[in-house]
Design a binder for this molecule. Sequence first.
Ligand code: SF4
Length: 68
Amino acid sequence: MRVIANLDICQGHARCEDLCPEVFSTDPIEGKVVVQVDEIPDDLIEKVRLTVRNCPEGALRLVKGNAQ
Ligand code: SF4
């Protein structure tokens, strides 16, 4: 599983980083999410799923394999 972030709608309020800093950080210059992990480890998938659901802008998607 991978996370795709839509930077056009990300507002950079870093809720994702607060919820799951293992995977998400916030670019201090651009003010947008940075997905730090390519393939999400199995033990983080539920945490990432919760984080994706809690993005207020709907900017994150969890996808299988290399799907866009
Ligand atoms: S919670 Fe969503 S909108 Fe906010 S920084 Fe993270 S990806 Fe961007």
